[in-house]
Ligand binder design. Structure first.
Ligand SMILES: Cc1cc2nc3c(=O)[nH]c(=O)nc-3n(C[C@H](O)[C@H](O)[C@H](O)COP(=O)(O)OP(=O)(O)OC[C@H]3O[C@@H](n4cnc5c(N)ncnc54)[C@H](O)[C@@H]3O)c2cc1C
Length: 510
């Protein structure tokens, strides 16, 4: 029997409904004439204020011939990319980095009977949690174990948004794996799935237990510090003064891996600079955001805290955290980097989002390290003892006016007053100002009561480690495989996990 997809099934939010009955109504059929296989997507249309509508896409099977309907079509199989297997002798490939790319690469490998060894410069999650608390409460930063580095990777202290723009079979596979490790089933079809930092942490621990039970080894506080190349292969890797000779090295170091990129470049691995975006985080009352999106605050009780995504010529909003906190996500001493975090319940009275503008070689120069140096300069300029972040009322920023009123922020560890126009170049300031004004045009009063906290510099990797398109190995070393965000091939938790899985599933024992 053929399966069909019914899209654009619209159901008013806030009303009780039985999905099968709604499908039957839409198709003018009795609900006994089809079987609902699964929900493919559930999104919320909030364009008509105070009348939010659920929009479903569902997969159905008909017991008789299917009806004619403009939104009904036969199921098309999702894009799959079949890469050739890589046969290896040693069942313990080395994976550098325990973020989503590294962990999902390992999960795919164990499916094929391999027992990869994982290495991370940071601590196991439990110790990392203590380090992060020390940072937030006492301003003590461990440069190896912090919000960017350590088991679970950069997204461990995040909003746990699981959105992905790649609609491919592997994305669904990653959702299934996450569900297997305890994520709610809705993540597979919700338009804006999220887990919260608590959900992510629970899953990271379960993945570790699962991999350990299958013979993988976890090496913590073990930083890849050097490599040796011989005949276009990595012949040795160093963790401090310990040299080892793995057959395969998978590099998943994340987008804060400045030391690692420098070392790779020095050893002749081909890298190139990548444009990125930077700006600040805006923090707003969640009740205001709910009103802008839903038209009426009470919808938040039914639909959860609202989020937005806006873009114009001069910039865009990014990585919105409804009901969350702003956090300083520094990984280097005496620097400030903003980001956002929330728990699964998203209960904070505030929401925050990055507002960023794209920058490229025209802004900072053509040298390979120019973009990173540009980031570092901003991060250092913003520093204040105790890792407090510079903050300003959005209204004052737009008027280039020094701090004049007391400001409140959820930011951890905290903020200090500063005119952010003095932090950014006048060009960046004017792009960010125009973007704020555009957002205000879409949502009146967008910036009226908002606080800006800066700088948001790590939106994506400023470096790409060049790799062969099909083999996925480095252009410079055939047994070195760069994956994930730090290698320049993904952005976000899901796409990094996809990149890791895609590579991991290719390895087979000879
Ligand atoms: C605060 C915050 C919030 C975020 N929120 C979201 C979100 O809600 N949704 C989303 O999709 N994305 C979010 N992101 C981005 C997301 O976390 C990253 O895109 C993703 O983690 C990248 O995965 P990765 O595995 O490539 O790298 P990472 O997760 O960065 O992992 C890299 C790992 O490599 C280790 N490492 C680095 N160098 C070495 C070395 N030389 N030797 C050994 N180990 C090394 C690091 O310690 C780290 O654990 C957030 C990021 C941050 C910082």
């Amino acid at each position: 029997m053929k399966t069909y997809i019914l899209s654009n099934l619209r159901i008013p939010a806030g009303e009780d409904f039985i999905l099968e009955d709604e499908i039957a109504r839409e198709l003018h059929l009795p609900s006994t004439s089809f079987k609902l296989h699964r929900i493919i997507r559930k999104a919320l249309d909030t364009r008509k204020k105070d009348h939010p509508i659920w929009v479903f896409t569902v997969e159905l099977e008909f017991y008789f011939s299917p009806p004619r309907h403009p939104d009904l079509c036969e199921v098309q199989s999702l894009k799959t990319v079949n890469l050739s297997p890589i046969f290896i002798q040693n069942p313990h490939p080395y994976i550098i980095g325990m973020g989503p790319a590294g962990l999902f690469c390992a999960l795919a490998m164990v499916e094929n009977g391999l027992q990869p060894w994982l290495f991370d410069k940071g601590d196991p999650l439990e110790e990392r949690l203590i380090k992060v608390q020390d940072f937030w409460q006492k301003g003590i930063l461990d440069e190896n174990s912090n919000i960017q580095f350590g088991e679970g990777g950069a997204g461990t202290f995040s909003d746990g948004k699981l959105t992905s723009r790649r609609n491919e079979a592997l994305t669904q596979r990653i959702y299934s794996e996450l569900i297997k490790f305890g994520a709610p089933e809705e993540i597979a079809y919700e338009a804006l799935p999220h887990l919260g930092t608590d959900g992510i942490q629970m899953i990271v621990k379960r993945i570790r237990e699962y991999l350990l039970a299958r013979g993988c080894k976890f090496h913590y506080r073990t930083c890849l510090t050097d490599i040796k190349l011989n005949e276009e292969k990595v012949s040795q890797v160093a963790f401090g003064n310990q040299w080892q000779e793995p057959e395969i090295v998978i590099l998943a170091p994340g987008n804060a891996a400045r030391d690692t990129w420098k070392m790779l470049h020095k050893r002749g691995i081909l890298l190139e600079a990548k444009p990125f975006a930077l700006g600040f985080r805006i923090e707003q009352k969640q009740s205001d955001i709910n009103r802008w999106i839903y038209g009426n605050e009470h919808w938040a009780e039914i639909l959860g805290p609202a989020s937005y995504r806006l873009a114009c010529k001069t910039g865009f909003t990014f990585c919105m955290c409804p009901g969350g906190k702003v956090i300083i996500a520094a990984s280097e001493k005496n620097t400030i980097v903003t980001n956002g975090m929330s728990f699964s319940k998203r209960e904070s009275d505030y929401g925050n989002s990055a507002i960023v503008t794209a920058v490229n070689a025209k802004n900072y120069g053509n040298g390979i390290w120019d973009g990173i140096n540009y980031q570092i300069n901003l991060e250092k300029k913003a520093f204040h003892p105790g890792y407090l972040a510079p903050a300003q009322r959005a209204k004052d920023f737009l008027q280039n006016q020094n701090y004049s009123h007391s400001i409140h922020s959820t930011c951890l560890p905290g903020i200090y007053p500063c005119n952010l126009n003095n932090l950014f170049s006048s060009f960046i300031s004017s792009c960010l100002s125009s973007t704020l004004k555009y957002c205000n045009h879409i949502f009146p009063e967008f910036y009226t009561n908002s606080i800006l906290i800066a700088p948001e510099t790590r939106t994506s990797s400023p470096i790409k480690i060049l790799r062969k398109k099909d083999e996925l190995s480095s252009l410079s070393a055939s047994n070195l495989y760069p994956i994930g965000e730090g290698s320049g091939y993904s952005g976000g938790i899901i796409s990094s996990a996809v990149d890791g899985w895609r590579l991991g599933e290719r390895f087979k024992i000879r």
